[in-house]
Design a protein around this ligand. Structure first.
Ligand code: PEP
Ligand code: MN
Length: 279
């Protein structure tokens, strides 16, 4: 047996007799109990009105949680970087008013305490999946963490990143497949749905899919969201904006509220087929 296999056998994120299945409770919602959790909202928190009207509409369409970035990892330092603390305050207050738990990214170890005060779930973005200091710090909080797959991370590297959080004491980890970088430039990333099906066989952690960052194109979000549900994903994270053409970030991959509502109906149909198969 190689050293690597020995390491794997010690991993806490793998299914075992002690830990066959993890569910993550956030407010009144449970992630990973067989139903499909939908997290929706804008790429970034831009202003109160935009966030509020997006939140009200995604909730009406059936979303369970609200997303919105306050600290944004932008490729260019000249792009909108997010509202920081103000964004966190807006997100938390809109979440409270709509009754939607909120998910937001934390980029820096120094911000973990602050972000944890406002967020119901903290997100580690793809660019930070290998930030071990951040992962260790998140292992010491009592809030769930969505761990996105790194831009070019293997499944094992991704699971090891989850292991950092779990082994430091926080068992509430949700894996999020958001596409990986391949040679294909016509989509923003390449959605690896086989990773979802594979992870369901090896790890007890919930696995969700982000079809927005995976494709970069609004017209591909619906097909990939449905494929993710068919592949067994525990949930979806979808970018929705009241006016995608005017979004300060990722407008080209954001659904309008009407498009999102239509997708939710389709997801509902697929989910009922999936539940029939399970029962
Ligand atoms: C995001 O969810 O806003 C985001 C930046 O995603 P990723 O880290 O997957 O690129
Ligand atoms: Mn985005």
């Amino acid at each position: 047996m190689s050293r690597q296999v020995t390491t794997m056998s010690e991993m806490k994120v793998l299914k075992s007799a002690e830990w066959p299945h993890t569910t993550v409770k956030v407010k009144h919602h449970v992630i990973g109990d067989g139903r499909v959790t939908v997290i929706a909202g804008p790429c970034a928190v831009e202003d109160e009105e935009t966030l509020w009207s997006t939140a009200v509409q995604v909730k009406k369409a059936g979303a369970h949680l609200l997303r919105g970035g306050a600290y944004k990892p932008r490729t260019s330092p000249y792009s909108f970087q997010g509202l920081g603390r103000t964004g966190l305050e807006l997100l938390a207050s809109v979440g409270r008013a709509t009754g939607l738990p909120v998910v937001t990214e934390v980029m820096d170890t120094a911000d973990v305490e602050e972000v944890a005060c406002y967020a119901d779930i903290l997100q580690v973005g793809a660019r930070n999946m290998h930030n071990y200091a951040l992962l260790k710090r998140l292992g010491r909080i009592d809030k769930p963490v969505v761990l996105k797959r790194g831009l070019s991370a293997t499944i094992e590297e991704w699971l090891m990143a989850a292991e950092y959080i779990v082994s430091a004491g926080n068992r509430q980890v949700i894996l999020c497949e958001r596409g990986i970088r391949t040679y294909e430039p016509w989509t923003r990333n390449t959605l690896d749905l086989s990773a979802v099906a594979l992870l369901k066989t090896v790890t007890h952690l919930p696995v969700i899919v982000d079809p927005s960052h995976a494709t970069g194109k609004a017209e591909l979000v619906g097909p990939m969201a449905k494929a993710a549900v068919a592949a067994g994903a525990d949930g979806l994270m979808v970018e929705v904006h009241v006016d995608p053409a005017r979004a300060l970030s990722d407008g080209e991959q954001s659904l309008s509220p009407d498009q999102f509502a239509y997708l939710m109906q389709e997801i509902g149909t697929l989910t009922s087929i999936r539940q029939r198969r399970v029962s």
